[in-house]
Design a protein around this ligand. Sequence first.
Ligand code: ADP
Length: 257
Amino acid sequence: MNAIESVELSVAYGAGRVLDRISWRAGPGEFWAVVGPNGSGKTTLVKTALGLLQPQSGTVSLFGVAPRRFDAWQRIGYLPQFASPAFPKFPATVSEMVGLGRLAGKRFPRLLNRSDASAVVNALGRLGVADLANRRIGELSGGQRQRVLLARALVNRPDLLILDEPTLALDPDSRESFYNLLAEMHRQGGSTIVLVTHDSATAGRYASHLLYLDRTVLFSGTFHDFCRSPEMAKQFGPFAQHTICHQHDGEGRSCAK
Ligand code: ADP
């Protein structure tokens, strides 16, 4: 069962169409990088998949179900763009913030119990920030905060994790360790990961699959296939194609895999 599947999906804001007939499938355990220039429709695509925007035409589904009928939101972890609360007096503690992620699967009255508390401890431990549990969100560095928000997205052990430009606010070291963490999660298997990024030069170091968008699909498949595609060589030029693919050995000459 695909985590996300879109068929001929078009989306418009008013009169302006920003996604044009997107057909794409993200299967179990795949790590997708959704890449493209600013304004190419990446955020629009994930928001439509999550039911936050309506298609103009075509369809999209989550685990085979249209977003408006989907009711298993605890299966999905979502880290939206610019999610970091930047204001220094943000009152919640790290544990409380991550605990909010447990509410998604609950019906009224929405109360956290002992197993929720242990899920919070596990998620923080997994991200190496267990020691921050009682700190206030507003006191954290950008890198710490992003790990906490990722812990919140992961607290239900989701089958689908969607991250929209999660490293924008991070310094290069935190960015690297954040990407490594995602790669590690991918190696451990299980979840489908969808990473939206404008950083086409880096994504191929970590992700297995590439969706290259520019309002339409320029490419959808593995990085390996991207590397070998004559169409992509034509589209990007051979140099840029291989800067994106990360499939080469140290000398950058031959395909490593
Ligand atoms: P990306 O994530 O690739 O940068 P977006 O999906 O955010 O692209 O935006 C795609 C296009 O849609 C851009 O031209 C953007 O200006 C436009 N757009 C995004 N959000 C809105 C909105 N709420 N109203 C009108 N136009 C929008």
